[in-house]
Design a protein around this ligand. Sequence first.
Ligand SMILES: Nc1nc2c(ncn2[C@@H]2O[C@H](COP(=O)(O)OP(=O)(O)OP(=O)(O)O)[C@@H](O)[C@H]2O)c(=O)[nH]1
Ligand SMILES: [Mg+2]
Length: 414
Amino acid sequence: MPQAPPTGRSSRLPPMPPLRHDSSKGTREMIGFATLPEQVHRKTVKRGFEFTLLVVGEAGLGKSTLVNSLFLTELYKDRKNPPVHGAIKKTVEIEKKTVEIEEKGVKLRLTVVDTPGFGDGVDCGDDWKSVERYVDEQFNKYFQDESGLNRRNIQDHRVHCCLYFVPPYGHGLRQLDVEFMKRLHRKVNIVPVVAKADTLTKAEIAKLKANLLRDIDTHKIKIYQFPDCDEDEDEEFQQQDRELKASIPFAVIGSNCIIEIAGRRVRGRQYPWGIVEVENAAHCDFVKLRTMLISTHMQDMKEVTQDIHYENFRAQCISHMNQVALKERSKLRRDSISAADVKRPVDDPGKLLEQKDEEIRRMQEMLSQMQQRLQGQHDPLNKLPPAKPPKPSAPSSLNKTPQGSSSRDSIINV
Ligand SMILES: Nc1nc2c(ncn2[C@@H]2O[C@H](COP(=O)(O)OP(=O)(O)OP(=O)(O)O)[C@@H](O)[C@H]2O)c(=O)[nH]1
Ligand SMILES: [Mg+2]
């Protein structure tokens, strides 16, 4: 079995200097900060690492099998298949599993977010929405935690990488794939993979990869960009970096079976005509994907998530909050101006009654003045009709019209 490519940058760091500062020798040349990398290393190792991987692709493309193969864990052994009748009107579920894995004393809290049901329904054009909502929720949760009191112990569930499974039987990206990637590419690091690559010949894999890259370019989709390799890295590392970049989108094969070949135990798939080895670089890109995902670029994907995707989300949140605050402020200002115009403390019933009484008094005065004027006009001729009873709906104070005058006329005139 060919050896996996050498592991990542961290394993290439020079050996750490002793942490304890020896004051007996070389005190003049060394003041001790050369142990800083060691201090950081110890602290981060103690704290452990967190990584969240989202797997998206239609049912049966081998997502769960690949995740199990990648992390050598049985994440999905309790999973039950849904009944067939439920398969037609399926909605995208979000299934989250966290496992703690340890390697040479380094702890990794790995969260795998699966999306069974993606692309399964009759109308699956909106399937990206559930995934987008999930990604946003994680950003939002982190944003709330970061603004809260207990900032030191935030659990980071933001999605650091999305493995997007493209079926091996197509000729490029389908509408569903384009839609998903375009909606999510500014929120998460998308790493496209060609699923079940053992169903394709070498030439077919090369053609499909070329078509996928063409479509990604045509639709201006931004998949995860590998950082440039530092020039001071050794040739072996630079070669590995070139190979990784040239293999995108990775053509992968997954298997949960260990097969024995001439005393060698390999992860593979046994067919009537032979055995496909998952970790054989001549058979597929599984090892390249694993190297990139775990050994060389896990930290970079976390940094891109923090510095680009989360920062975008945060900036949008803050600008939205500012807009809401601005609207609230101008609404408050408008309300206070109109309240001042009306000059009436609406919520004080005592003052409201006083105002009403004052109004009634003024009307009474006007009324009696008009009645006097009318009397003055009509008395000499004495042709006024007899007075009618006052209207029941009028205020009691208005009904007290002097004898002989016409209350109806007066009210109408007022
Ligand atoms: N030929 C081939 N078959 C595979 C491969 N990976 C998985 N399978 C098989 O495909 C079937 C489905 O695999 P799963 O891993 O359950 O697929 P999935 O994408 O998780 O499916 P859902 O959870 O239903 O969405 C199983 O029978 C696997 O053995 C592969 O690389 N090549
Ligand atoms: Mg699955």
